[in-house]
Design a protein around this ligand. Structure first.
Ligand SMILES: Cc1cc2nc3c(=O)[nH]c(=O)nc-3n(C[C@H](O)[C@H](O)[C@H](O)COP(=O)(O)OP(=O)(O)OC[C@H]3O[C@@H](n4cnc5c(N)ncnc54)[C@H](O)[C@@H]3O)c2cc1C
Length: 382
């Protein structure tokens, strides 16, 4: 999310103070402006705010560029009627142009078959009879090829297949993952550093991050094959790996799905994996609809509320006060609250006096007017 103030009424504090002063003065607003210092204006504004004489603040407005917010936020912000909006349209902008013009299917197929080759060979070498993914094994004619026969580019998928095939989360506190000793030739071929202990090959804890990065970095967690239970088990043991996978997923959601992620989902690996599956399904339908000739303005119905957009919004100061009052409060939803906090911080750099008391009502009142719905930051009565 990014907020930029594109423009605002010049000398905002002086304009508001001069308009207010006019109400109590015999001279014109032009004369008042000419004789008004910034300090005088500031002290006048303070009086004005204490009185609640808000109409002069309507003469000053601010125009914001708001980038990287969800369409959920768009629905909320446009409920604020005393404002003007321009919104990036999904009628004219297809967020998935690339996917429509360029086919990644071949690359994906090789990735999948590399994973399955690793999976199959590891199961065979360690004596497992029944192979999973049977229909895929037949579809891709998987034989359980040796790592030398896998392109360098697709070795990470291959080793991910090996891990999902027979890898275990190690019981030993010094090691993260364990493999049967029979897999030694595979790991020698990919130059991965393993320690032999009894009948097992082990990956040391200090290599957990490298190992996780190696096998998961090229995965998109939707079309790529991976074992979710193993990923979650490994990440629950290693916080740094958990953080790395979360950052890979967030980056992929931003670039591949043009979507926002709510904060509560962005911190929970299982939730974010579920979220990304939903995004992928919506995107696939959208791309298919556009490919079959459906207009973008109709195909967009399938896109989620999280889809990103850009907004230009102009609001006058009085309306901004109302906006900050409602949306800086903890009761407002997280994304719009973050936006309101960012807007207020930016606006205070330009007109600190004018916005001194803006924000959640509790900050100015010293108590929370939300009663039982209060967040606990302030007591609920005076
Ligand atoms: C925590 C929270 C939860 C919410 N939940 C819901 C919900 O569940 N469902 C839902 O529909 N909305 C919900 N809203 C949206 C809310 O009801 C308002 O529509 C939104 O906050 C815009 O506020 P506003 O009307 O004050 O702003 P604006 O439209 O900018 O209006 C500013 C002020 O102008 C005056 N005004 C504007 N238009 C009129 C009018 N026609 N008549 C009289 N006075 C007018 C009012 O004094 C108003 O406060 C929620 C908002 C918040 C902050």
């Amino acid at each position: 999310m990014k907020v930029t103030i594109l423009s605002h009424t010049p000398e905002p504090e002086k304009i508001v103070a001069a308009a207010a002063r006019l109400c109590y003065s015999k001279i014109s607003a032009t004369q008042i402006m000419d004789n008004f210092s910034q300090e005088k204006a500031a002290s006048f504004i303070k009086k004005l705010m204490d009185m609640g004489h808000m109409s002069p603040t309507e003469h000053v407005s601010f125009t914001f560029a708001i980038d990287g917010v969800s369409r959920t936020l768009l629905a909320q912000i446009t409920r604020h009627r005393i404002a003007s909006y321009s919104v990036q349209s999904l009628r004219y902008n297809n967020p998935f142009d690339k996917e429509i013009s360029q086919d990644n299917k071949d690359k994906l197929m090789v990735k999948k078959s590399s994973y399955l080759e690793g999976f199959e060979l590891s199961r065979r070498l360690s004596g497992h009879k029944n192979s999973m993914h049977q229909h895929l094994m037949e579809k891709y004619q998987i034989k359980g090829r040796q790592p030398e026969n896998i392109e360098d580019l697709h070795r990470p998928s291959y080793i991910r297949g090996v891990f999902d095939g027979v890898g275990m989360i190690s019981d030993d506190p010094e090691f993260c993952a364990a493999f049967p000793l029979e897999l030694k030739p595979i790991f020698e071929a990919v130059h991965f550093n393993l320690t032999q202990k009894g009948e097992k090959l082990l990956i040391k804890n200090e290599n957990a991050l490298d190992f996780g990065r190696y096998i998961y970095e090229d995965s998109d967690f939707t079309d790529s094959l991976y074992d979710e239970k193993k990923l979650l088990a490994l990440c629950s043991k290693y916080e740094k790996l958990n953080d790395l996978i979360l950052s890979l997923l967030l980056n992929s959601i931003d670039t591949k799905y043009y979507s926002m992620v709510p904060e509560s989902i962005s911190k929970n690996l299982k939730a974010i994996l579920t979220y990304i599956k939903g995004l992928n399904a919506c995107k696939k339908c959208y791309v298919d609809l556009v490919k079959m000739g459906i207009n973008q303005e109709d195909a967009r119905y399938i896109l989620p509320h999280g889809t990103q957009t850009r907004i230009v919004m102009t609001m006058n100061v009085r309306s901004l006060y109302n906006f900050f009052n409602l949306r800086c409060c903890e009761r407002a939803q997280t994304e719009i609250r973050q936006l309101a906090d960012l807007m207020l911080a930016e606006i205070k750099k330009i007109a600190p006096g004018l916005f001194e008391t803006a924000g959640a009502p509790c900050e100015a009142l010293g108590y929370c007017p939300e009663g039982d719905f209060g967040c606990g930051k302030y007591p609920t009565s005076k």
